[in-house]
Design a protein around this ligand. Structure first.
Ligand code: ARG
Length: 394
């Protein structure tokens, strides 16, 4: 019998996929990877067996996700199209790594995912698996079986499958500890404001509790909140809770998918938005100007690359080596105030601060060599002056 490891979420599609793959004659190992999504995961795993899985595993990958995937994204202040913190794009390569490991241990010859044919996630799964475990066949039952949502529900009803009733939500949700995406339903009209009830991580503006927090960083890694130390997972969770209660981190955008579709996306990512704002600010204090400028350019490249499924590419490795080199000096504290609509920075300090008060001040104690400015400007303007001279004369 052929053995397949399925990336199982417990939602409608992957629940039906368990039964469908079993019906096609596969031994199904349902693999639920915990990357910080809510819900009763133990129940979902038990249910997988009732759906027909030969085996079902719950794998807690939260710390691995925080350290190996979220921290590199934070180091690169990664925001796709300047706004989306890559929530789902970061979890897919990790889920693939887990699938490949489980498949190897179980002696499976195939893996399966529940992505549709219209999204980015199918690309991320298949490109990542191709790099990690080219010997495995990749099945995409949801893409291939050609059922509509109604068909899928009917399939489950006809076979009396134990699927969650909440699976009938009009939205498509993906969530992990870096944030949450909400798609489909009324949101498919880009003019329609998101109904209040789509949000679960962020308070509505009128209920928001304003906050001010101090985030400590060591070499680019967030290590404390208001002076209380924690590992990356704890810090991300704590910042998410405070910033979410303050109503920060909602993003409403029209996004360009890799497959060419423009898509209206609603996100709430209080931890990601707050930490990225703080981290970027600390870099403004501690990175030398040319390095910072080049880094901004490479940040956009990094975000595109990871969004487009190239996590396991040599270019991402090389960019991460650049990031690691820059992060050695990103140590210090940032005072931030998350609020509905955004996160403001109210202060920053660092033992490695490049800010020199004596150079910056307009008050007494000014150490800047004012007389040097005139000669500097003459040389700085020389090429433009010369060009203008020639072209004015023509
Ligand atoms: N548009 C986002 C992305 O491509 C979110 C995808 C959410 N995935 C999902 N299966 N609902 O990363």
């Amino acid at each position: 019998m052929r053995k397949v490891v399925l990336a199982y979420s417990g939602g409608l599609d992957t629940s039906v996929a368990v039964a469908w793959l079993a019906e096609q004659g596969f031994d199904v190992i349902a693999c639920l990877v915990d990357v910080g999504q809510p819900g009763d995961k133990a129940e979902a795993v038990v249910r997988a067996k009732r759906l027909g899985a030969a085996d079902a595993l719950l794998i807690d990958a939260r710390a691995r996700f925080a350290e190996g995937f979220v921290l590199p994204a934070l180091a690169m202040n990664a925001l796709y199209q300047g706004r989306y913190p890559l929530v789902s794009a970061l979890s897919r390569p990790l889920i693939c790594a887990v699938l490949a490991e489980v498949a190897r241990d179980a002696g499976a010859d195939a893996v399966a995912h529940g992505c549709t044919g219209k999204g980015n996630d199918q690309v991320r799964f298949e490109v990542s698996l191709g790099a990690l475990a080219p010997e495995l066949e990749v099945l995409a039952p949801v893409r291939d079986w050609g059922m509509t949502r109604e068909d899928t529900i009917a399939y489950a009803r006809d076979r009396d499958l134990p699927v969650r009733t909440t699976a009938s939500s009009p939205y498509s949700i993906d969530e992990n500890l870096w944030g949450r995406s909400i798609e489909c339903g009324v949101l498919e009209n880009p003019w329609t404001a998101p109904p209040r009830d789509v949000f679960t991580l962020t308070a509505d503006p009128q209920d928001a509790r304003p906050a001010e927090v101090v985030i400590g960083f060591e070499q680019g890694v967030p290590v404390s909140v208001d002076g209380v130390a924690g590992d990356p997972l704890e810090v991300i969770e704590r910042i998410g809770a405070v910033a979410g209660a303050a109503g920060a981190g909602r993003i409403d955008m029209v996004e360009d998918r890799l497959v060419g579709i423009k898509s209206r996306e609603v996100y709430e990512a209080p931890a990601a938005v707050t930490l990225t704002t703080a981290h970027r600010d600390l870099e403004s204090l501690t990175l030398e100007r040319a390095t910072a400028r080049e880094k901004r350019r490479l940040e956009a490249l990094w975000a595109d690359l990871v969004y487009e499924g190239q996590w396991f590419s040599p270019l991402r490795d090389a960019l991460d080596a650049f990031a690691a080199s820059t992060q050695r000096c990103v140590t210090g504290e940032v005072r931030v105030a998350p609020a509905p609509g955004g996160v403001s920075v109210c202060g920053r300090r660092s033992p490695l601060s490049l800010y020199d008060h004596a150079l910056a001040t307009y008050d007494e104690g000014d150490a800047f060599a004012h007389a040097d400015a005139a000669g500097f400007i003459r040389l700085w303007g020389l090429p433009t002056r010369r060009w203008a001279q020639v072209h004015r004369e023509r």
